[in-house]
Every structure is written in structure tokens, then in C-alpha cells.
Design a protein around this ligand. Structure first.
Ligand code: IPE
Ligand code: IPE
Ligand code: MG
Length: 248
């Protein structure tokens, strides 16, 4: 999506993206297995989904499994995939009643069959949701997404359907998996890290980044309010001079 006019100050974050990190550290601190951290992470997600609408968030995108997370032990990957299925099994009716529309980005076709099936069911069942768009990033990696888009455009050019000179920011964005979403206004990373870990690299061009030491399983509505308050205090200049300086 295009870069908005400079000096624009919208205190509301329409699209919030979250890197749900810190489950393992949370479990370690409690002397529990990592799986328990992931289980608690799902509970945190449920709470944040409920908290989104009253805060006027229209799009919530959560990083649940990266293209790099396949490097984890198979047993941990299995736990994460099982939790995804359990989440979808137990929450679809609830999401639907909350007016949530569920979607997913990433190479879903490489996920276990049981996950693909539940995701398809969940997306179909919530298609009419208009209050909040919830996007799960699963087997998602931004570099791969960008390479996919570049390949599609190159193939279209090779077939003579587009001219290379026609490739613009907008056309490129339209070939990303996030084509139906506005760019994120705010990216939240719990657990004290300050990196994007291959999440929404293109889309984050002008996102405000918020990092907190709180670990994802402890992230609740009060933490979300802190992040949104920090966002409201930021001035998004989009490369222009500060509107506080009169812009001249
Ligand atoms: C995030 O928590 C969950 C996933 C990456 C799927 P982590 O498992 O990365 O937790 P830490 O970083 O080890 O604390
Ligand atoms: C990012 O967390 C991915 C998800 C939260 C799904 P990681 O724990 O995988 O990221 P790194 O390894 O610390 O960069
Ligand atoms: Mg981590």
C-alpha cells in the first residue's frame, strides 16, 4: 500500500502486527516445559483478539510460525502444530460470534494436512466477519514472500503481460500475500528483542515498532494499551519535516 501524506497523526493503530515471542523463556522461568509456554501463548492470543475490537483495531496479524522455525526440534514443531489445530477447533465458533474474519499468510501447503484442513474450515466459517481481520502468519517468511512476488512479476513480463517499467510499489504490493491488508501501523515484539525475524519486511517500511520486555504469555490487554499509548505519542513523518515545526 502507498505511503500516506506526511505529518499524518492518527492515534488509532488500524493494523497491529505482533511477533508472538518469548514462550520458551516464559516456560523456563516457571520451571515448565517449553510446550507449556506455547500453550500459554495461545491463551494470550485469545485475550488479545478479544481486546482488539474495543480498541478500534481493524486488522490483527500475528506471527505464529516462521519459515525458520522448522529448525526447531521435531517434537516442538509437533506441539506447535497441535496447538494450532486445538486453537482452531476450540475458537472458530467464538471468532465467528465476535465478528472476526480469519485468514492466513505463508506457505500453508507445506503445513501438516490436519492444519491445512482446520485452517480452510476456519476461514470458510468466518468469511462473513466484518469487525476484525485476524491473519495468522504460518510458515511465513518475508524474504520468501518477496522472492515469490519477484518471480511472479518476472514470469508475467516473460509472457508479455506486463512491461518491466510498469512494476511499481503498488503492483509489487499486489503480489504479496498481504495484498488485502493495509500496511501495519504498529509492530509489537514482546520479550525484549528488537528484530523483525523475517516478518513483514516490505510492509513494515513505515510501521512504528514497539518492543517490551514482557514475554508473550504475559502479554495482556493492559500491555496492549501500553503499546497503543506509545503508538499514539509517535509522530509519523514519512520522510517529511515535522508538522510540529510547521512543516516549513
Ligand atoms: C515464540 O516463542 C513461539 C514461536 C516462535 C513459535 P519462542 O518459542 O521463540 O520463545 P523463546 O524465544 O524461546 O523465549
Ligand atoms: C519469531 O520468533 C517467530 C515467531 C514468533 C513465530 P523466533 O523466536 O523464531 O525469532 P528469533 O529466532 O529470536 O529471531
Ligand atoms: Mg523466540
Amino acid at each position: 500500500m502507498s505511503v500516506p501524506l506526511s505529518g499524518e497523526r492518527s492515534p488509532i493503530a488500524q493494523h497491529v502486527a505482533i511477533i508472538m515471542d518469548g514462550n520458551g523463556r516464559w516456560a523456563k522461568r516457571q520451571g515448565l516445559p517449553r510446550a507449556e509456554g506455547h500453550r500459554r501463548g495461545v491463551l494470550a492470543l485469545k485475550d488479545i483478539v478479544k481486546a482488539a475490537k474495543p480498541r478500534q483495531i481493524k486488522y490483527l496479524t500475528v506471527y505464529a510460525f516462521s519459515t525458520e522455525n522448522w529448525r526447531r526440534p521435531q517434537a516442538e514443531i509437533d506441539v506447535l502444530m497441535d496447538l494450532l489445530v486445538e486453537f482452531l477447533d476450540s475458537e472458530i465458533a467464538e471468532l465467528r460470534s465476535q465478528g472476526v474474519r480469519l485468514s492466513a499468510i505463508g506457505h500453508l501447503e507445506e503445513l501438516p494436512e490436519r492444519c491445512q484442513q482446520k485452517l480452510a474450515e476456519g476461514m470458510a466459517a468466518t468469511r462473513q466477519g466484518h469487525d476484525l481481520s485476524l491473519t495468522l502468519a504460518l510458515n511465513y517468511g518475508s524474504r520468501r514472500e518477496i522472492v515469490d512476488a519477484a518471480r511472479q512479476l518476472a514470469e508475467a513480463a516473460q509472457r508479455g503481460e506486463i512491461q518491466p517499467a510498469e512494476i511499481s510499489d503498488a503492483l509489487f504490493s499486489a503480489h504479496l500475500s498481504t495484498k488485502d491488508l493495509p500496511d501495519p501501523d504498529l509492530i509489537i515484539r514482546p520479550s525484549g528483542e528488537w528484530r523483525l525475524s523475517n516478518f513483514l519486511l516490505w510492509q513494515a517500511a513505515y510501521a512504528e515498532i514497539y518492543s517490551t520486555e514482557v514475554l508473550w504469555p504475559d502479554f495482556d490487554a493492559a500491555q496492549l494499551d501500553l503499546a497503543l499509548a506509545a503508538f499514539a505519542r509517535r509522530e509519523r513523518r514519512y520522510g517529511a519535516v515535522s508538522s510540529r515545526d510547521g512543516g516549513s
